[in-house]
Design a protein around this ligand. Sequence first.
Ligand code: HEM
Length: 420
Amino acid sequence: MTSPEDIEKVLSSSVNIDKSFSYHLLHNWLGTGLVTSTGQKWQNRRKILTPAFHFNILKSFSNVFIRQTEELVKKLDLECSKPFTNVSQLIYECTIKIIAETAMCTKFDNDNRDNEEYMKNVHRMGVISTKRLLRPWLYPQIFYCLTEMYRMERNAVKVLHEITTRMIRKRLNEFRLSSNIVKEEQPEETCSGKLRQPMLDLLIKLMVENGNIDEHGIREEVDTFMFGGHDTVATSLGFSLMLLACHQEIQNRVREEVLEVFGNANNKITFKDLQGLSYMEMFIKESLRLYPSVPQISRRLDEPITTASGFYLPKDTEVYIHIVDLHLNEELWPDPYRFDPDRFLPEATKHRHPFAYIPFSAGPRNCIGQKFAMLEMKAILAGVVRSFRLTAVDTPDTLIHVADFVSRTKNEIKVKFERL
Ligand code: HEM
């Protein structure tokens, strides 16, 4: 599907929440966490996890976004003498540390190999799952088990599960030792009596106090959020840096706004200031239009629908929603390959179909982390543009895109950094 009217029918339905078969290929790794689960299990988990991404929790995470950005800026400083920098690796490292330290309350130190191992094996899983998706004869587990790919997947999953299990056990021990898991800040109570605290703490508390979830269930969610919470953001930041480098005028406007809001590079960036970066937000939105981190999503219909053009789609039809093609539809986006953040000025968005732009999906199964992601991307981009001038090495024409669940390029994206 690429038309906003049809996509709205599927995504806004509270019945059509089942994912298609392709998501099953992630079950060995993610189990049935929030991205891959369905029915009552999905509903219960979504309800439990929503408070962990509340505005006030995000506010407390902004210090981590800012501190990790400062680390990234220090690493980029060392890159300035080089003719160009491969940005992807540095950005992935930064976003993994951020999701671990915020939602999971776990620090990946620089000398900790978990970070590197985690990155390597997530990448392997992307390659393996996409290869399997393109080979239908390997869908039945009985055939798949006989292949070298299966052995590689098993090894990658083992490493990934070992890392996330270690994170959970460490935090569980801390919880048992202190019996008061949030040391610096007490969990906040919402009007409905639900506790607001970081995700892993919330789940551990539920396991220990109510038995509403077990360790396996917690690991499903930790695996899901560790993956969903870093890979998508890193991918988008890689493209954003390239776009800033390719569009000097836009880069200058983004920087001017950042300097106006934060002052010079020595001033601390604050949560409130991050919220105020309106041109930066338009820039990120336009960047996600051209390069949506999740290029395609899919559903298996639980009830039939008739499309706007009159096609009847019976129950159990697998529907593929091509976000990337929707975002490049020239009827909705004139001159669709032109990069122009002004497409997101309030007057420009007023008459656009609400489902013409869906980088975070939409409806009841939309991205639970979208506010987290926007804030994190703003913090990182603000820290980078106020410290460096970026010049283009890679351009949209030099990138080679490869098939994966998340948008990827064959080679790392290259940008030249100069200290301001
Ligand atoms: C630029 C960043 C991001 C983009 C573009 C993005 C995009 C998406 C999209 C398109 C979906 C729908 C998937 C589907 O229907 O199959 C989704 C779901 C989800 N995202 Fe994100 N995401 C981003 C960042 C994040 C972050 C930072 C987190 C966690 C902190 C996160 C966690 C999730 C989860 C758990 C779901 C499943 C929600 C559910 O089914 O209830 N995402 N995201």
